[in-house]
Design a protein around this ligand. Structure first.
Ligand code: A3P
Length: 295
């Protein structure tokens, strides 16, 4: 893939942090990430990239605001739910850690960190965490397009080349398998609400009710209906506060790409699928985690 030929869009390499490949801009600021000061009323949204982070962030923000969609429409999602370990493009003033440090409580915080790399103050402060997981195959496809969209991300080559790297965990944030398993296990000892993209897609009312219980919000059914409408793929795709419009002048595909379960079938060859499934079975055996790749 070509570079944009613009210094603000140079491609970043991956650097190992405690054995997890991370973007160089994050690795270079690792002390700040490790030392991040959480507060007890911080609400953390954790995901592997492309698992529906923006979607669940929008839902959580609105629930947190007691269903006030007008309030949630006042700022882009990356201001309402800042990306904790983000240090890329400082010149574009995209909020990251510095913004979070100066933000008034209560804060909603996005992170893609695997569970073992979460700043320890988040555990010490017993912050509530919402984890959203999405099946490995649809994440792979979404992540592949994302790399071709954001020119600052490493060159991952063709779909076949990317898939090999993804299976091997040699992509930003490392292995999908380790990520979903690590967070799944942690929920036994910490307040973590573990959600699935596929469930949210199939029955948003049910999943949003879980979220409301977790956040101790008792919203009326009509408010719930309003939230479902406001956070549907179609609505969010048109909503400039959620579609990353304006930040994506160099993108090829819209951030809100397809928003479905099962798009992997349009990308995996039969051979790729067999290799993927065999590797998957080995890595996920005994985890107790069940994902749906179609709904
Ligand atoms: P696709 O590339 O498969 O379309 P993240 O926010 O973690 O980067 O995830 C982005 C993925 O979530 C994209 O997947 C995007 O289309 C999808 N997504 C965003 N909002 C959604 C919504 N309201 N409903 C369903 N999928 C959504």
């Amino acid at each position: 893939m070509e570079n944009a030929g613009n210094s603000s869009h140079h491609q970043e390499d991956l650097v190992l942090i405690h054995n997890v490949p991370m973007l160089k801009s994050i690795a270079n600021n690792w002390e700040q990430v490790e030392g991040f000061q959480a507060r007890p009323d911080d609400l953390i949204i954790a995901t592997y990239p492309k698992a529906g982070t923006t979607w669940v962030s929008e839902i959580v923000d609105i629930v947190h605001n007691n269903g006030d969609v007008a309030k949630s429409s006042q700022a882009p999602i990356y201001y309402r739910v800042p990306y904790m370990e983000f240090f890329m493009h400082p010149e574009k003033n995209i909020p990251g850690m510095r913004y979070l440090n100066s933000m008034a409580s209560p804060r909603l915080i996005k992170t893609h960190l695997p569970v073992q790399l979460l700043p320890k103050s988040m555990w010490e402060n017993k912050c509530k965490i919402i984890y959203m997981a999405r099946n490995a195959k649809d994440v792979a496809v979404s992540f592949f397009y994302f790399h071709h969209n954001i020119k600052a991300l490493p060159d991952v080559g063709t779909w076949e080349e990317f898939l090999q790297k993804y299976i091997a965990g040699k992509v930003s944030y490392g292995s999908w398998h380790d990520h979903v398993k690590g967070w799944w296990k942690k929920r036994q000892e910490h307040p973590i609400l573990y959600l699935f993209y596929e469930d949210m897609k199939e029955d948003p009312a049910n999943e949003i009710r879980k979220l409301m219980r977790f956040l101790e919000k008792d919203l009326r059914e009509e408010v719930l209906e309003k939230i479902i409408h406001h956070t549907s793929f179609q609505f969010m795709k048109k909503n400039p506060m959620t579609n990353y419009e304006g930040l994506s002048h160099d993108t090829v595909f819209p951030f809100m790409r397809k928003g479905i379960t099962g798009d992997w079938k349009n990308h995996f060859t039969v051979a790729q699928n067999e290799i993927f499934d065999a590797d998957y079975a080995r890595k996920m055996e005994g985890s107790g985690l069940q994902f749906r790749t179609e709904i």
